[in-house]
Design a protein around this ligand. Structure first.
Ligand code: SDX
Length: 435
């Protein structure tokens, strides 16, 4: 345990003499936690927290979010500084190992990643089993989960070397798997990775290159892509990371755990929101129709949400959204797109929402997904590839959090309890008596 015990909370059960004292554990920054591990033993009750909005599932040294202040730190470094000055592979080293690499460490890490970008040739035939119109997230789930069928030499999760090589393989192969899913969907030949290119540059090369021409990757776009990957790399104990940790707590191999994370990220309330934002903007269609849409969002019975807005933790601006918006203007300018109707619509929608009492009172601000789809669409990504890109980036965070959990001496299988509200015990009823 690395939290510092200081103080406690005393709980008593009204009308009984039962009481317990829960130690308060303090981290380096952020809220303290009440250690409830002995609560059931002392008082015979569980805590109740659907969606885990007020529950710390673990100790972690990786990412810190202050939702009220709109702060995001990767191993203590502000996301704004990393987005401005770092690279995705340098951030990968930081998230995995805890420190920014020195020059030698950086070169060795990059060489390690680049040596694993290729896929086993038999994995190519996996793609042929999918329909051409399969959603690429379905392909990603399938292919990543199947990697454990190919790498029997790195499945012992208790072997640090196996953990290291599995992390390298996953980080290195995700862009190849993702780009091949795209190429398969449009019937173009797969492009092999090139180890003379940077990580983001290589991804764009595999996405947009064709064997018949030498491929050129615009450096402004590959820099923008690298920054987008940094912004999506990790985010504390979000739903997909918690999925990876829960799967990993059973001892499942890292490829299976990351496949579980991909499945969880796919949901429109989570990583699927960037795709949902573009769909929403398409449905709104024109600035004149924003008032009607906002009215539907505010109508409880409509079940319509302003996608790309709101966050379980941020009750202020998501710092990633601001960087994403800036990157959006950069990319559109580089592509010579003067007036992108989608961007104009999104900016007007943001302006209207941020001045509307409904959103202000519920502290709903743009999140990382609000602008990302506009950039990716301008860069030529089809909408169904947006969450795939999120998964490519988040694989670094997932595998870093998985590694931290496996190496935590206190980690044990995750097994939440429940408040049971079903039938009390009753006897079996034979068919003839069932009415
Ligand atoms: C990501 O956890 C992470 O860190 C995730 C992520 C990461 O990097 O891993 O940051 C990535 O998933 C970003 C979020 C992307 N999702 C969306 O943009 C989808 C739209 N947003 C929401 O559905 C919602 O805001 C959530 C899911 C993101 C957060 O939901 P919460 O915290 O459970 O909030 P809630 O659903 O309880 O809503 C609180 C209130 C409700 O109104 P009341 O019942 O109190 O009257 O706010 C309303 C909600 O109806 N609300 C919205 C809204 N989001 C919340 N109303 C309209 N539009 C929205 N987007």
């Amino acid at each position: 345990m690395s939290g510092t015990a200081n103080g406690s909370i005393t709980l008593t059960v009204e009308g009984s003499n039962k009481a317990t004292r829960l130690p308060l554990l303090h981290g380096s920054i952020g809220p303290a936690v009440a250690d409830i591990r002995k609560l059931y033993g002392d008082l015979g009750v569980f805590t109740y927290d659907p969606g885990y909005g007020a529950t710390a599932s673990c100790e972690s040294r990786i990412t810190y979010i202050d939702g009220d202040e709109g702060v995001l730190l990767y191993r203590g470094y502000p996301i704004e500084q990393l987005a401005e000055h770092s690279t995705f592979l340098e951030v990968a080293h930081l998230l995995l190992n805890g420190e920014l690499p020195n020059r030698a460490e950086s070169q060795s890490f990059e060489r390690g990643i680049l040596r694993h970008t290729m896929l086993h040739e038999q994995i190519r035939s996996f793609y042929n089993g999918f329909r051409r119109d399969a959603h690429p997230m379905a392909v990603l789930c399938g292919v990543v989960g199947a990697l454990s069928a190919f790498y029997h030499d790195s499945l012992d999760i208790n072997d640090p070397e196996h953990r290291r090589i599995s992390a390298f393989r996953l980080i290195a192969k995700m862009p190849t798997i993702a780009a091949w899913a795209y190429k398969y969907s449009i019937g173009q030949p797969f492009m092999y990775p090139r180890n003379d290119l940077g990580y983001a540059e290589n991804f764009l090369h595999m996405m947009n290159g064709v064997p018949t021409e030498s491929s050129y990757v615009n450096p402004v776009l590959s820099r923008a892509m690298d920054r987008i990957l940094i912004l999506h790399a990790d985010h504390e104990q979000n739903a997909s990371t918690s999925t990876v940790r829960l799967a990993g707590s059973t001892g499942a191999n890292p490829f299976a755990c990351i496949a579980a994370g991909i499945a969880s990220l796919w949901g429109p309330a989570h990583g699927g929101a960037n795709e949902a934002v573009l769909k929403m903007l398409g449905e709104i269609g024109h600035i004149d129709r924003i008032p009607d849409f906002i009215a539907r969002v505010k109508d409880k019975n409509s079940n319509v949400r302003l996608m790309g807005f709101g966050h379980r933790v941020y009750k202020n601006y998501d710092p990633r959204a601001k960087i994403m918006e800036r990157t959006c203007h950069e990319v559109l300018a580089e592509l010579g797109i003067k007036d992108d109707p989608l961007l104009d619509l999104a900016m007007e929608l943001e302006r209207v929402a941020l001045s509307d009492e409904y959103f202000i009172s519920k502290k709903l601000y743009p999140n990382v997904d609000f602008y990302s789809g506009i950039i990716l669409k301008a860069m030529g990504f089809p909408t169904h590839m947006f969450t795939v890109l999120f998964a490519v980036a988040r694989t670094v965070g997932w595998i870093s959090q998985w590694k931290e959990m496996i190496e935590d001496p206190l980690q044990r299988i995750g097994r939440p309890r429940q408040l049971y509200i079903g039938p009390t015990q009753r006897d079996f009823v034979p068919m003839e008596q069932r009415g």
